[in-house]
Ligand binder design. Structure first.
Ligand code: NDP
Length: 278
């Protein structure tokens, strides 16, 4: 890095955000590309979020990431929205220009990591998405674009799965079912766990019959929140991958939006895995 090089100010907002891996990931991207980046983790609240983001922008920052529970609020703060953010009605990336722009890079991070783990883009892949919260909503458009075969959304609260399937119905073959009905609609080539059950030490029950023999169970969770489902899959002989690759992948797309430079994700995924002892 050149001395005197422009400082690129960035941050992530969340509640809680103390444990976020984003500052470390973006620090590794900056190091890799020789950029001078300051990336902070800023704890916010629903009542202060808008002012907190404005204060960051006023300090000369180039943009920010936004994590739970502020992604919907972040969307409403921007005047320009990418098509993906508009479809999700939620943003994980803001760019501070004269007018603020909002994007949602979660789906691109997920699709890249599904491909990295052997799921090929084709017209026949059948995917099940477990969960219907913010993370699920953020990835549906990208999933339908990359794997247009069939997307089945199953959620504990069925009405939320139905609402999502309805919202995205113009984009492809997407429908909702109850979790116990997955067996009737499978077997799937991949099952994406977008539930937060792992944070309570729980996991969705996955029957091997849901899945094709070489299918992938992709868990958006990582670290301690992924342990229960990973052990469950191991006991059933199901191929499992946690969400570290998605996390690094969505960060790389955000980083490119802010800087115009695309980091190499492979080495950062390995580095983060080593550091969290996975
Ligand atoms: P939300 O709170 O918006 O949604 C949570 C979802 O999990 C809902 O569908 C909810 O069902 C379901 N759920 C919660 N507890 C259980 C349970 N015990 N059994 C079954 N279903 C349950 O969370 P997000 O959508 O924002 O995040 C989901 C997960 O994805 C989180 O663990 C988050 O850490 C992870 N994530 C990972 C990312 C990555 O880059 N790897 C990016 C974004 C999120 P119901 O509707 O019935 O309440």
């Amino acid at each position: 890095m050149d001395q005197g090089q422009e400082l690129i100010r960035l941050a992530v907002f969340g509640q809680p955000v103390k444990q976020s891996l984003s500052p470390r990931i973006h620090g590794l991207f900056a190091q890799q590309l020789g950029l001078n980046v300051e990336y902070r983790a800023i704890e916010s609240t629903e009542s202060t979020f808008a002012d907190d983001v404005s204060a960051l922008a006023a300090s000369g920052a180039r943009g920010c990431n936004v994590t739970a529970p502020f992604k919907q609020m972040a969307f409403t703060l921007a005047s320009h929205h990418s098509e993906i953010a508009r479809q999700a009605q939620a943003a994980n990336t803001l760019v501070f220009e004269t007018e603020w722009r909002a994007d949602n890079t979660d789906g691109r991070g997920l699709v890249a990591d599904l491909q990295r783990n052997g799921l090929s883009r084709d017209n026949t892949a059948c995917i099940a998405l477990l969960g219907a919260g913010g993370a699920a909503a953020g990835v549906i458009a990208d999933l339908l674009s990359a794997f247009p075969g069939e997307l089945c959304i199953a959620n504990r609260t069925q009405s939320r799965a139905k609402a999502l399937a309805q919202r995205f119905s113009d984009l492809g073959n997407v429908f909702a079912c109850e979790p116990h009905e997955l067996l009737e609609h499978g077997p799937f080539d991949a099952l994406v766990n977008a539930t937060s059950a792992g944070h309570q030490g729980e996991h969705p029950v996955i029957q091997g019959e849901f899945l094709n023999p070489d299918a992938l169970l992709y868990d958006m969770n990582y670290g301690a929140a992924a342990g229960a489902l990973e052990a469950h899959c191991l006991s059933k002989g199901i191929r499992y991958c946690d969400g570290i690759g998605m996390l690094v992948g969505q960060a790389a797309v955000s980083f490119e939006i802010w800087t115009g430079l695309r980091p190499n994700t492979e080495i950062v995924i390995d580095q983060i895995r080593n550091e969290i002892g996975d």
